[in-house]
Design a protein around this ligand. Sequence first.
Ligand SMILES: C[S@@+](CC[C@H](N)C(=O)[O-])C[C@H]1O[C@@H](n2cnc3c(N)ncnc32)[C@H](O)[C@@H]1O
Length: 290
Amino acid sequence: MFYSPLRYPGGKGKLAPFMELMIDELGHRGGTYIEPFAGGAGIAIELLERNVVGQIVINDYDKGVWSFWKAILSETDRFVECLNNVPLTVEEWNRQRKICLTQNKKYSFQLGFATFYMNRTNRSGIIKGGIIGGLNQTGNWKMDARFNQEELSQRITNIAARKGDIKLYNKEIGSFIKTYIPKYEENALIYFDPPYFGKGKQLYMNFFNLKDHERIEAAIRNSVNGDWIITYDDAPEIAHIYDGYSVRKFDLNYSVANKRRASELMFFKNGIAIPSNMLLEENRIAINLR
Ligand SMILES: C[S@@+](CC[C@H](N)C(=O)[O-])C[C@H]1O[C@@H](n2cnc3c(N)ncnc32)[C@H](O)[C@@H]1O
């Protein structure tokens, strides 16, 4: 079951059952779930719609991603109407792409919609992926392959029905951690999913260097009192920054049949309980519970 209307490369939706276990273990059922790097916010939306938590706080610094969330929450009917009537043609794709590339400095409904359009018609959901099926639309999959209007309208309507329980921000991570997390961190689980160390550059429009990753760790250490988790790709530089925190390796595509090396790392605030029934092998978490 998918809840988010946005596709995200490496989208963490599959972690939702794990987050639910963490929330129970920490006694935060009915409380708040915070994603400071929200992107498609797949986990957050699922936890809210299944009433695991009563409120979610989502933040993304990207003006396009933020405009998408703001547009579906504040102009839902208009968004759904556009979604059902927009042409799925290369000409339209070029028009929407231009909006994403040129009108991305402040909120607009058009930018929110264009971000969504690109996300659903590009390979892997990313601008740099290029249109599904190619500019001549000769591939096996065409640009409408991920654009099921009825299904996407439903997801958007379901989210908007809960807008009173959704707090949305467009802050740079440093300021979000320092100023906004303290408002919500009581009875909350915070899940940081920053752009990855190795892959971030290719995948997202914003990317971080090593200093930025160090800055995030310092900000969390200095300002966050609530319960938090952060995930990263398995890179020695990241393991070094988070040396001293509890860590588990995990693999979002792990299956018993395919025992490949876990490729991602999850670090935990010191001292928080990690659900023991999530340990498949020592230091390893099985994520695909479904
Ligand atoms: C790895 S993605 C999150 C994916 C998300 N967990 C999902 O499953 O869809 C990282 C997100 O962080 C956002 N971001 C990048 N730099 C940021 C910054 N300095 N402050 C806040 N958000 C930022 C990006 O726009 C991107 O949406």
